[in-house]
Write a protein that binds this ligand. Sequence first.
Ligand SMILES: C[S@@+](CC[C@H](N)C(=O)[O-])C[C@H]1O[C@@H](n2cnc3c(N)ncnc32)[C@H](O)[C@@H]1O
Length: 536
Amino acid sequence: MKNTPTFIDLFCGCGGFSLGLERAGFKGLAAIDFNPEAVQVFQANFRKIPHILEKDLTKFSPDDLAALIGTNRVDLIVGGPPCQGFSTARQVDGANHGARLMEDPRRHLYKEFLRHVEFFQPKVFVMENVLGIRSASGGQYFTNVQAEARKLGYRVHAQIEECVKLGVPQKRRRQLFIGTREDLPGYFYPKLKLPNRAIADATLWEAIGDLPLLKAGEGEESRDYDISRRVGKISSRAYQYLTQVLQVDKAAKLTAHRARPHSARDLGDFLKLKEGENSGEAIKRGVEFDFPYDKTTFKDRYTRQHRHRPCSTIVAHLAKDGLMFIHPTQNRTLTPREASRVQSFPDWFLFPIARTHQFRVIGNAVPPLVAEAVGTAVKCFLNQSMKHQKQIKFDLSPLPCSEKEAVRWLVPMLDLDSRALKEVPIKDFKKAWYSISFLFMGLHPDSALEHGKEVSYDNEDYSVVSKEEPRLINPRYVQSGWPVVLARIAKEAWRRYEKGFLVEEEFYCSDAQMAGACFRNPELLKVLSDNRQSVA
Ligand SMILES: C[S@@+](CC[C@H](N)C(=O)[O-])C[C@H]1O[C@@H](n2cnc3c(N)ncnc32)[C@H](O)[C@@H]1O
């Protein structure tokens, strides 16, 4: 247990993120959310996390938290600052760029997250948000999160998580910001793997097909449920989802399988939909609906899900109505238990709160399978990073010996256009590419191409480098931190990597990064020179 990595979950909701991290082998020290229902659910399900706090993070400081948990060090901080301020649903009406939403205070909650990162200095942080953050206010928040985290000493990159690839039967896509403390060698990069317990390309039916039939308005909060009686009727894939992901055998009762009531008019409209169809598509084939809304604006108001496809993204809005989540074969909308199964919550996970709140906390959550994949990848990064630090071994060559040498290798490439860069012999190109990692410990190859437009000229002087080639210091892209002059080289490196001319260890060249760290740290430098001699 002593070596078990620790985490703190900020804006923890009902605990989707925490559940996945526990499954990946992390130990939670604290979880914080200001919503009483979310905290209630969290407390009902996490016995091992000692501090589950109902606190407003704009008022509760990291010092308060450190005093409470008895430490100011933690390996991982995760969190999902609320996303309503950025959701693309709001962009549809233009509000995402208008004055109203520009002022939405929820948009600044990422700063509370970063305040904790600054204080606790975790080795890694992972912040989750909706994709809308990429475009909100012309990309300003997307840039700010990364630029501000970099200033705190983190190597940051943004990656999109495709839940369906991680075994979640849902079209959900989310933005992850991953920061690794700059002094840790290695690159964290997008290799989230399908957790062992999961099945690839899971479908809605595999997640909910075994559940008892219900009519709208029917069901109980808790009932007996004998899964063994259903087993003969389900596929082997569904069986794996049920036993491994939903862990049905660990649930004493079936809970939260209670369908909402609907008006006779809605129920009549639901019946007009084919499986997998939305009302817009039905209107096109001549169906007439009775709903009284403008048929052009609200044409996609109803969706009947398809059994053999991933479900639409489960959203917190489910708390308001479930019209986009009509059951594939029954004339009603999904129950909270069905929504939670689509989110990959196990059946033993309890939601002892009112149904509306159940829908909200479930829709807000990071699917536990996704969190498990993230946790496993973080652990893998931490292990590799530690191995790198303990046993310095350089497989790549040639590596620069000094900053001066790195600059010398790099400079001839700076004025080449894309075509000329393509012609550079691989040996020389590698020397230049490794030099970048050697000089800039904090840059991440994954951010190199997604740098935005904004540039800054006020970057700190990096003595030898700036003297030798000032363009390597200023200007830099604010979003990615990359010197503007290196953008073309990064693009060419990506091209060569994708074509297989650079293998993974050469593209994500942590050896070169470590060599740079050694150069700047005299103690490590000794090890480096011993190694270099033995290589020679
Ligand atoms: C997107 S949800 C996070 C879900 C969570 N990561 C999970 O996996 O279940 C955002 C959460 O932030 C919480 N929240 C919003 N503002 C807050 C604040 N000022 N302090 C604490 N929590 C806040 C909301 O109550 C909500 O539960």
